[in-house]
Write a protein that binds this ligand. Structure first.
Ligand code: GLN
Length: 231
C-alpha cells in the first residue's frame, strides 16, 4: 500500500558498532564519517536500491535486540551467522569468511592456543569470541567495544584477546605492527559475516541480497574487497 511506498523512501536505519576495523570504524571520536569494508558495501548496496542510509553507532550486544524491536532496519556489524542468532534475526548472503584467533603481545609468552588456559582473555560482549572463551572455561574480561579490547592489551590488563582474524590481522599492519602476533586456534570453524534484519523484513533482505548480487556481477564488490583486504 501507500504506507509501504513511503517507507521505501526513508533512509535505511543502520545499526553498527564502529570499532570493528577494517569493517566499520571512525578515524576518531569526533569523526562523523564511517569507514571500512562493510560501510562501503552497505552504501553501495543502498545506492543500488535507491535508498539513503542513516548509520547509528551502538554497543554490539544491543544490535539484535534493537532489530527485534523494529527500531533499526539493518545491522552492519561484522555479525557472524550463527544458529542461535538465526532464531532471532534473518541474515543476508554472507560477504566475508572469518575465523576466531588469539591476539597477544609478542613478548607475552603465549605461543599457542593452549597457553592461554588459566590466563585472562579480553573479549567484546555478545560476540562469538566471547562465547568461545566462555565455552573453553577461560577467565574472561568483557568490554563493550573492540577498541577497548585492544586497549586492554595495550595497557597490559590482559595478556591476550580473542577476536575475528581480519580485525587482528589489520591491527598488526597498524598500531600493533612489530609488537603483536596473531595465533590461530586449532579446530575452529570458519565464520560467515552477514547483514542482519528483523525476521519480518524479508522484503528488505531480498532487496539487499539482490543488490549485493548485482555489485558482484559488476565487479564492485571485488573492488571494495581489494581496497580493504588487499587481495
Ligand atoms: N563476528 C563476531 C561476532 O559476530 C564479532 C563481531 C564484532 O565484534 N563486531 O560475534
Amino acid at each position: 500500500g501507500s504506507e509501504k511506498k513511503e517507507d521505501a523512501k526513508k533512509p535505511l536505519r543502520v545499526a553498527t558498532n564502529a570499532t570493528f576495523v577494517p569493517f566499520e570504524f571512525k578515524e576518531n571520536d569526533e569523526s562523523k564519517e564511517y569507514q571500512g569494508f562493510e560501510m562501503d558495501l552497505l552504501r553501495a548496496v543502498a545506492k543500488e536500491m535507491g535508498r539513503d542510509v542513516e548509520i547509528n553507532n551502538i554497543a554490539f550486544s544491543g544490535i539484535i535486540p534493537i532489530l527485534q524491536q523494529g527500531d533499526m532496519d539493518i545491522a552492519a556489524a561484522g555479525m557472524t551467522v550463527t544458529k542461535e542468532r538465526a532464531q532471532k534475526v534473518n541474515f543476508s548472503a554472507p560477504f566475508y569468511e572469518s575465523k576466531l584467533v588469539i591476539l597477544t603481545p609478542n613478548e607475552s609468552g603465549i605461543d599457542s592456543a593452549d597457553a592461554i588456559a588459566g590466563k585472562q582473555v579480553a573479549v567484546q560482549i555478545g560476540t562469538t569470541g566471547a562465547q568461545y572463551a566462555e565455552n573453553q572455561g577461560y577467565t574472561v574480561k568483557q568490554f563493550d567495544n573492540n577498541s577497548d579490547v585492544i586497549m586492554e592489551l595495550q595497557v597490559g590488563g590482559s595478556p591476550a584477546a580473542i577476536l575475528d582474524k581480519p580485525v587482528a590481522d589489520y591491527f598488526l599492519t597498524q598500531d600493533g605492527k612489530g609488537k603483536y602476533k596473531v595465533i590461530e586456534i586449532p579446530n575452529t570453524k570458519s565464520e560467515y559475516l552477514a547483514f542482519a534484519f528483523n525476521k519480518k523484513d524479508t522484503g528488505l533482505m531480498k532487496q539487499v541480497n539482490d543488490a549485493m548480487a548485482k555489485l558482484k556481477e559488476k565487479g564492485e564488490f571485488q573492488k571494495l574487497y581489494k581496497k580493504w583486504f588487499n587481495t
